[in-house]
Design a protein around this ligand. Structure first.
Ligand code: ADP
Length: 243
């Protein structure tokens, strides 16, 4: 499946944040989106998720404009993994993951045994089965983030859009999450991930999109873009990367 952005201008009201955006994302591939604070990563994601109308251009999923997809149908194809901070879920971790099945239920329909089984399988996939009966709000930040990833997987999407999924995680949880991302893409999922850590692109052997100056500044593969001189320009710093 392909998620394609064509000649898009993205922004708020009549303020354009990103212009002339052209790119495509594919299933089975990780794309890391890099850029300074305020560059427009969140704006790009809101647009990809259909939450922010384009000022110009189009976004197509499987060749069809995302405006033409029903909300539920779209949620079955594209799932969003937000940053977890402050999400007040007074539920067990398993119940939180079962919420991911909402895209498949009609209003007032209770989740079935099959929905619960899928939720449990997704928890197993990201290694959080042992947390299933724990109260979500009592989990650590890293555990919560993994539960939210499991919830998004329960949506059985083709694409996962992740907004800085490792922010707030300790070193070990960060590595665990990035390894999960790599595995999920190998299993066929398309992952689009904003990150402040260029090394994530190297770990995932990902495509890279760099945002700067109100546009897509560079896009390509990690080995051509995660380089000292290019990151130096993007972040306005001097650094040296050794592989
Ligand atoms: P990033 O996620 O890369 O930090 P954002 O996409 O959040 O960047 O922000 C890009 C620009 O859009 C910034 O100048 C920000 O101030 C502006 N912006 C973000 N949200 C809004 C909004 N709701 N209304 C107007 N401008 C906004």
């Amino acid at each position: 499946m392909e998620l394609q952005v064509i000649d898009a201008t993205m922004g708020y009201g009549n303020k354009a944040v990103l212009k002339e955006v052209n790119m495509s994302f594919h299933t089975g591939e990780v794309t890391c989106v890099l850029g300074r604070n305020g560059a427009g990563k969140t704006t790009l994601f809101k647009s990809l998720l259909g939450l922010l109308p384009l000022q110009q251009g189009s976004i197509r999923l499987d060749g069809k404009d995302i405006g033409g997809w029903g909300r539920r149908q779209f949620a079955q194809a594209v799932a969003y993994v937000p940053q977890v901070r402050g999400i007040p879920f007074p539920f067990t971790a398993e119940e939180v993951v079962v919420f991911g099945r909402t895209a498949y239920l009609s209003p007032f329909e209770a989740p079935s045994h099959a929905d619960r089984r899928i939720a449990r399988e997704c928890m197993e996939r990201v290694g959080v089965s042992h947390l299933s009966q724990r109260i979500y709000t009592q989990l650590s930040g890293g555990e919560q983030q993994l539960v939210i990833v499991a919830r998004s997987l329960a949506q059985e999407p083709s694409f996962l859009v992740m907004d800085e999924p490792t922010s707030g995680l300790d070193f070990g949880n960060r590595i665990q999450l990035i390894n999960q991302v790599k595995q999920l893409s190998q299993d066929g999922l398309g992952v689009i991930m904003a990150t402040h850590f260029p090394e994530h692109a190297i770990s995932c052997r990902s495509r890279v999109v760099m945002i700067d100056g109100g546009a897509i500044w560079r896009q390509g593969t990690y080995d051509t873009l995660i380089r000292s001189e290019i990151l130096g320009l993007l972040y306005n710093i001097h650094l040296e990367i050794t592989y």
